[in-house]
Design a protein around this ligand. Structure first.
Ligand SMILES: Nc1nc2c(c(=O)[nH]1)N[C@H]1C(S)=C(S)[C@@H](COP(=O)(O)OP(=O)(O)OC[C@H]3O[C@@H](n4cnc5c(N)ncnc54)[C@H](O)[C@@H]3O)O[C@H]1N2
Ligand code: MOO
Length: 408
């Protein structure tokens, strides 16, 4: 990695997104450490090692209905059968008595020798006996041991981001805790003397900081341990102090604004003064070109642009894959949809277009939402994600396949 070099070995248009992403991911020195967490706290976390089933599910042959367990070969239709024995869920039955039916309830273990259950609504009760209209085939209304999950089967691959489905499975397997990657410690910092926190009084020329709350909420989906810093003024000294503080004990420091080329853009300079090193500055993407990435001490540094949609495009393109790599998580894959629009543009930068997904017949279509503008927020409310045009693509024709990155 070099000290700051304005062009970073690329044309002034910036590094391609692919190249920049490679450099950003190369900043990850090692995966986050592993820790054991209770299963009720594991949702959103990335499982560190593959999980194999420790037991069969169901754990034993059991009834799927309230009714009568029988052995189908021993029964004849329309004959009267005595009911001997009764087993509820949670109890342990003995043997099925030859040519009799055994009262049973959903989830109860099947008596030994029984191979079918007839639902209670399908029999005629005659005192203590019952009459079957028809004899069920073996296996009817029986949940076999191991038919859902066999012990030893690979259930959850390493790198899976756990959610409520995995919690259900882990619980059914009797696991009280699970080994996951530590949450990435992310410091979020926005800069700009025009910014105030929501709720504060604005002087003329000031605006509310929307980037920090928006990115904080976006990252909440990625289960990060977030530290938010107070808004930093655009001075070299305050920025240096904030970066130094923000990098302490962090895996990733994320800044927004102050990264461009103006006299008031101090982030890169501050990073350099602190001995940090940049690996990326300027990416050939629209929006989001003034983006920087590097290292500051033990932390990875990512400087996102100030315009909210440019910051968002940078976060979706770089922060998510970065967090995934730190955690050893399977990265999110883009979808392919049909473009519900046509477009001619100047090639040279990857372009991120706000779009919503709509189902038409059996296909997904990406409809653009607008108007364009990296300082606008309103169109975001209608969007489900970004359509991504590769750098060299100058035209999009209606119905052609297009890459779509969902926000969620
Ligand atoms: N001469 C040039 N000027 C600009 C260039 C350029 O290449 N040459 N690039 C433009 C592009 S593209 C972008 S994006 C911005 C990025 O600049 P910065 O990252 O340095 O950001 P600022 O200039 O500080 O702010 C840009 C814009 O965003 C607003 N902002 C900033 N932070 C927040 C926040 N937390 N919440 C809401 N809005 C925020 C800020 O008020 C500005 O309006 O530079 C262009 N200029
Ligand atoms: O990153 Mo800027 O437009 O590309 O807002």
């Amino acid at each position: 990695m070099n000290a700051i070099n304005p062009n970073f070995g690329c044309a002034t248009g910036g590094l391609s997104v692919e190249h920049a992403l490679k450099r950003v991911l190369a900043l990850v020195a090692r995966r986050l450490p592993v820790e054991e967490v209770p299963i009720d706290a594991c949702a959103g976390r990335v499982i560190a090692a593959g999980f194999r089933a420790v037991c069969d599910l169901p754990r034993f042959d059991q009834s799927a209905m309230d009714g009568y367990a029988i052995r189908s070969a021993d029964m004849a239709a329309a004959s009267e059968t005595a009911v001997i024995g009764r087993t509820v869920a949670g109890a342990m039955p003995g043997w099925l008595v030859y040519q009799t039916a055994h009262r049973i309830f959903t989830g109860a273990p099947l008596p030994l020798g029984a191979d079918a259950v007839i639902a209670q609504e399908n029999v005629e009760r005659i005192g203590a006996a019952l009459r079957l209209a028809a004899v069920p085939l073996p296996g009817t209304n029986v949940r076999r041991r191991g038919e859902d999950v066999e012990a030893g089967r690979r259930l959850i691959p390493a790198g899976t981001r756990l959610d409520w489905r995995h919690v259900g499975m882990l619980a059914a397997q009797g696991a009280r805790s699970v080994a996951v990657r530590r949450r990435p410690r992310v410091t979020l910092l926005s800069s700009g003397r025009e910014l105030r926190e929501p709720g504060q009084t604005l002087s003329p020329g000031q605006i509310y900081d929307c980037n920090l709350p928006m990115l904080a909420a976006l990252l909440a989906n990625d289960a990060v341990e977030l530290r938010t810093m107070p808004i930093v003024d655009d001075t070299a000294e305050t920025m240096q102090a904030a970066l130094l503080d923000g990098a302490a004990n962090a895996d990733l420091v994320l800044t927004t604004a102050g990264i461009s080329v103006g006299d008031e853009d101090h982030v890169r300079q501050a990073l350099q003064e602190l001995g940090g090193a940049l690996a990326v500055f300027k990416v050939a993407m629209k929006p989001g070109k003034p983006l920087a990435a590097g290292r500051l001490g033990q932390a990875i540094f990512l400087g996102l642009p100030g315009n909210p949609l440019a910051a968002l495009a940078g976060a979706i393109t770089f922060v998510r894959p970065l967090l995934a790599k730190m955690s050893g998580a399977t990265p999110q894959q883009p979808l392919v949809a049909h473009a519900a629009f046509s477009l001619d543009r100047k090639a040279g930068r990857s372009e991120f277009l706000l779009a919503r997904l709509r189902q038409r017949g059996a296909s997904l279509w990406a409809e653009r939402v607008g108007p364009d503008g990296s300082g606008r927020l309103r169109p975001l409310l209608d969007a489900d994600g970004f359509c991504c045009l590769p750098e060299d693509q100058a035209t999009v024709r209606e119905a052609e396949p297009i890459r779509f990155i969902p926000f969620l």
